[in-house]
Write a protein that binds this ligand. Sequence first.
Ligand code: CA
Length: 222
Amino acid sequence: MRILLVEDEFDMAAALTAALIRHDIVVDHAPTLEIAEEASRSGLHDAVLLDRKLPDGDGLSLIPFLRREQVGLPIIVLSALGSSEHRVAGLDTGADDYLAKPFSTDELLARLRAVMRRPAQIGESSIKVGQLRFNLTARHAEVADEPLDLTRRELLALEILVRRTGRTVARSALEEAVYGYDDEIASNSLDAHISRLRRKLSGAGVEIHAIRGLGYLLRAAT
Ligand code: CA
């Protein structure tokens, strides 16, 4: 899972990011509405955690934009503005959930799981290519009904390739999907992940082609 965390307090953002990473969630951090809007255009996020009091406005003002970009995107507001009126305003603006600060990480994770289970996700819950089935909701891959044992980064790389089956995925988009903005990326590590993925997918009827100078493309084997 990859989430966009919109939060201007760096201590709060760092603590949340650390907690989420421990649960294999990739976090992209945006400290302002402007950066959040730009980051959300990538379409890579599975959910947004949205603070309200931001340097360039109320986080709620971003919700209509997020909804237009990605209709089913789960949005959870995390705010110190926790009165009943504030929560009602958040939910009426289109947030899926509203968590008043302070909250426990366990509760946040439970609410994330809850919003991810909702039916907006069901329409595209799994994608099949050859013998490979990638379940987008549960985030796992199977070959001929046998679970594929993948590392977190392999899974993230496979997901973006599968979502864009038959199309070239730019190297930069893959790196962005596999690594958080703050991760150090060794120059050949993406290629190493792809080689391991290819080995694990042997016999799955799926090919991953390197497109020189551009990126990678996944398609059913011919
Ligand atoms: Ca704030």
